[in-house]
Ligand binder design. Structure first.
Ligand code: FAD
Length: 407
């Protein structure tokens, strides 16, 4: 008798992309196995902004209620000139975002997002998550895919209809679709720190007026983002400067002289933060080659940073991973007889959006880090735009909804 084709979905990686994909497939009735290389799912201490295009999907998957108590719904995104702290632009969020984009704009600690995703994954009987196990290889055959998975030196095999590479910016699965294994160092690093809102540095920032909002302080070759997390009890700081390639890590160290130098022309209250706030964790910003392949028609798809790691200047990497996960599961369900057709339709649809978002990130970096007359022109243009006009410019990004695919 002919062997039956498995409907199992095999996912490499239990980051935001992998966990969201597991839920998106499970709610559509697919059995899912997630393999995570790390022995434990510890999340480095940092924050994340979740725009309405992402929270809409998290809500649909039932994850949002588990995040609400710890996430913050900021009132606005405020841009300030870092040299004199003056406000140069504002986008209303809070209730205005929910009214306009029909989903909340939230800021959260990554550990809180991961806990909410994991709690939901644990409740889904169709999902089996195994940590300490890496996906090493995937072979394609007429009945689907076979993944080789390695646990403590022992290699086993599991079969399915689709293997999803959600293995991040330093993806190994990328080579299986014919892509470049090496990610590219952007020349930029992110300095990250979470501080207590009631600490001296938190009080200094509160006096500048950062309470309850996302603030971007802009300076030549530098910007600093601050926003509340942990129900407002903590503040996430992320500063972006030039830096060195310090290896494949989310939590490296670098001499803070680099940060102090980048902040030397910012207002004294800000510049002091480079000293005040103790130890910073440094994330080297890597990107995946633009235009590289994301799918293999026989049954492999890359999602999230594995497919299209981008610079974080539009704060959309995780949002794109969440969108990828939801749309991939939708396309698979809509094309039950052809994995190849599902993957081709999905990749075509996603490329346009991802390219537009990546372009937006590049534009943000150029204008946010501008100096001299370009910075003056930026400030002038932003000051002339009303919050309403600035929000209109974000409708395509935050108002996005997954195409009407069956749940
Ligand atoms: C400074 C900074 C700020 C950011 N801010 C925002 C923001 O505000 N909003 C936003 O939307 N995005 C933001 N991003 C982007 C966002 O963090 C990433 O896009 C997102 O975390 C990518 O998730 P992922 O699941 O694709 O990858 P990852 O989170 O890297 O997860 C990949 C997982 O795969 C595992 N893995 C690797 N290889 C294997 C294997 N062979 N087998 C099994 N498991 C494997 C890894 O251990 C890891 O757990 C920011 C990024 C940076 C650098």
């Amino acid at each position: 008798m002919a062997e039956a084709r498995s409907r199992q979905i095999i996912i490499a990686g239990a980051g935001i992309a992998g966990l969201t994909a597991a839920l998106a497939f499970a709610v559509r009735g697919y059995p899912v196995r997630v393999f995570e290389r790390a022995p434990r799912l510890d999340e480095v201490g940092a924050g994340i902004q979740l725009s309405p295009n992402a929270t809409r999907i998290l809500d649909r998957l039932g994850v949002l209620p588990g995040l609400r108590h710890s996430a913050v719904r900021p009132d606005a995104v405020v841009m300030r000139d870092a040299s004199n702290l003056s406000e140069i632009g504002r986008v209303q969020l809070g209730a205005a975002a929910e009214w306009r984009w029909k989903a909340p704009y939230l800021t959260a600690h990554r550990a809180d997002l991961q806990s909410a995703l994991l709690a939901h994954v644990a409740r889904e009987p169709g999902i089996q998550l195994t940590t300490g196990t890496a996906v090493r290889d995937v072979t394609l055959h007429p009945l689907g895919v076979t993944a080789s998975i390695e646990t403590a030196g022992r290699v086993d095999q599991t079969t399915g209809m689709l293997a999803v590479g959600a293995d991040g910016v330093w993806s190994d699965m990328r080579r299986l679709v014919g892509g470049e294994t090496k990610s590219r160092f952007s020349g930029q690093v992110a300095w990250r720190r979470t501080i207590r809102a009631e600490s001296p540095a938190g009080s200094t920032l509160a006096r500048i007026g950062i309470g309850g909002v996302v603030t971007a302080f802009l300076a030549p070759g530098f910007h600093l983002i601050t926003y509340p997390v942990r129900a407002g009890a903590a503040l996430n700081l992320a500063a972006f400067t030039h830096g060195n390639a310090i290896g494949e890590t989310w939590s490296g160290k670098m001499d803070t002289q680099v940060l102090k130098h980048a902040m030397r022309r910012t207002a004294p209250a800000l510049a002091k933060l480079a000293d005040d706030t103790g130890e910073w964790t440094v994330w080297p910003i890597h990107t995946a080659r633009q235009g590289g392949p994301w799918t293999s028609p026989g049954g492999i798809a890359l999602i999230g940073d594995a497919a299209h790691a981008m610079t974080p200047y539009a704060a959309q990497g995780a949002a794109m991973a969440i969108e990828d996960a939801e749309t991939l599961a939708g396309h698979m369900l809509a094309n039950p007889n052809s994995v190849a057709a599902a993957l081709a339709a999905w990749e075509k649809e996603r490329r346009k959006r991802i390219e537009r978002v990546a372009r937006r990130g590049r534009l943000n970096r150029m204008t946010w880090h501008a100096a001299g007359p370009v910075a003056m022109a930026r400030n002038f243009v932003l000051r002339m735009r009303t919050p309403e006009k600035l929000a209109t410019g974000l409708d395509w990004l935050y108002g996005w909804k997954p195409p009407a695919l069956k749940l």
